[in-house]
Every structure is written in C-alpha cells, then in structure tokens.
Design a protein around this ligand. Sequence first.
Ligand code: SF4
Length: 401
Amino acid sequence: MATQQVESLARSALEAGTLGGKEALLILEGLRAPGGLEALTEAAFESKVRGKGEIITVSRNVFLPLTNLCRNRCTYCGFAKQPDSPEAHTYTLDEVSEVVTGGVKTGCTEALMCLGDKPEIAYKRYREWMAETGYESTIDLVHEACKVALEGGMLPHTNAGIMSGEEMERLRPLNASMGLMMETTSQRLRQKGMPHFHAPDKDPARRIRMHEEAGELKIPFTTGILLGIGENDQERIDTLLTLRALSERYGNIQEVIVQPFHPKHDTPMRSQETIQDDEVIAWVALTRLIMGSEMNIQAPPNLAPEMLSRLARAGLNDWGGVSPVTVDFINPEAPWPAIDGLRELTRSSGQKLRDRGPIYPDWLLGRPEFFDSAMHESALRLATDEGYARRPHHQSKEEAA
Ligand code: SF4
C-alpha cells in the first residue's frame, strides 16, 4: 500500500509539473516500504527526461578559494581557517593567474571563485593585509581575480558568501553566473548549540534577501540545499519550497545543488553520522519533483562515489564542477572522478555526458537579458552553436559526437 501511495503521489506530481510540501512528506513516509524509493526515482527520472532529455552535463572548472578566512564559524566547516593557522591562505593575483593558466591548458572554461564570508569583519591581521595591498574589502580581491580569470580565457562564477546588491551589481559584468547555497531555511539551526549559532551570515532571512537581490539584478544564480547538518524533513521541504518560490518570482535560479554533508575530522561535528546513500537519492528525486522538470538539478559526483549509477537515474541532469587541476577545497578528502569515467558511467545509465560552462546552454542561447552584453559575448565565444562548452584544443571525438 505504501509503495502504491508513493507511486501515485510521485506520478501525480510528474503530471502536475510540481510536488507540494504535504505530498512530499507523505512520500517520505512511504519510502520505508520495499519498492518505495524505486517508485519515487522512476517518476523523478521521467520528469528529468521530459525537461532535459538524455543529457547530463558537467562543467570542467578550476576551484579558486580566494581566501579560506571567514567571519562565520559553522560547526561542520572544515574549509575556514583561523589567521594563525599554517593552512590559512589568501590568493595573490599571480596565484590566480597560475591556476587559470592550468585550467585553460586542460580545457576548463569555468573559474569558480569560492571563499569565506567577509573575513575583514573578524580579523585585524586580514584588515592590515588589505590595507597593504590597497583593497578596501574582500570584494575588491574578488573583482580583481575575476578580471585575471577573464583576461586569461576563463569565465568566472563567484560564490563569496553574502554579498550586498551593490557588490553583486559590481561583479555582474565580470561573472557568467553567481551563487550562494541556501543550505537551509531553518531558523532552529541558528539557535545555541546548533551548527549556525556562530554564523550570522547563515541567517535564513539574510540568505533569502541575497537571492531576491540577485533576482532583481537578473543574475543567473546557483543555489542549493545542504543535507545532514541537523535539519529535519520538514525543514528540508521548507527550504526547497522557498527556492521554488524564489525561482517562480524572479526566474533567475539557474540550478539547484543537492549536497550531502560529509563530517570533517577536525570540526566539532566530526561525530555526526554520514547521511545514507538512499536518503541522498530520495532527496535528489524529491528536489526534481518539487522544482519541476525544467530546473537544472545537480549532485556532486565526488560526494557520492558508491552510488553514482543510481544517482544518474534519480532525477539530476548535472554533475556540477569537476576539475582536472584543483581539488574540492570544501571536501578535500573526496577526489573528483575522472571525466572519462563519468562519461562511461553516464552512458551506461542510458544518457549522454556533455560539457557545459558556468552557464547552461539554454540560458546562454535563450536568455540574453540575464547577462551583461560583453560577458554574453565572452561566454558565446567559449560555446558551441548548441551552447555547450567549446574546447577546441581538448575536444575528443567522443565529446564532439
Ligand atoms: S560560512 Fe562557509 S566558509 Fe564560513 S564557516 Fe560557514 S561553511 Fe565555512
């Protein structure tokens, strides 16, 4: 009975084009029954095929953690360092240029600028370094790094934590797209003893506001949900419904990432249980049904190496950024899969892997109003006629097919 209930609810969502919060909770209850998860993923996969066909995309990128200092202290974070840590590092523009050169040589088109949130608010030593280098804020560093990446032949995508409307407007001409993981809209996780208590930038209202301002500025935006930091099912659903409402209102949400949290050994949350594979698969499928068949849904392949073939048929249409040059600085313990292996795996799931840049093909070709005109031209120069990444010196016959 429970399996039939999952099937019936999931198929109704497929036909309606979206899934409601109450129905999502009922589906979650039904997943305990044998066959429930398969019924859910079948509907999610069909929704994906209706909107995205047989294609799964990947973006070859370089990951530039411009600074790993951060004013927040999320208790699960292994990325942020204290200024006196030997691992603390802020990039010089020469270092940015070196990584960009490596990326261009290996056929990458996306320069992912990912960094801690406004360290100048927390650290005197960092403020002194900024004064010496002539930067007035971390956004000045991001701005210059984006210029270096563009001049070097790559397309920047910035995720610098919370930015004001003015800051995003300043970076917009230099960025193909930008992003901020919503992570969760749970206010409970901001309470004392919870992961976001010492993280003012994780206040849901602040994150929602930045999504709204990015929408007003017509910035193609990446967001997502973080699974397994202590949130419950209702809170996950609320987060996804918030993302759907933002997408419907502003039309600028380009992709939604479903990211499982992996505990880091050197953090207060090192003993947190790792989320189960089945749970990740179920939330990828629910995200597809809630967001609808047209949304780009991404799950990082390095965080799910044991279940990639199941994940490929759970409703996603994008593997996200995979780098031949740099590690995943947020999850350094999780190596990227080789792109050829990912291509083979995608093929054995009955689908086909295509390379994209930091802009999805339909956005690049069909929504010019979302881009600064010079940026649009730069992005078109690095794209095929179909809008996929053009890598003239690196394209294998198989990719071009
Ligand atoms: S805001 Fe991001 S970088 Fe900063 S502590 Fe939290 S998870 Fe780490």
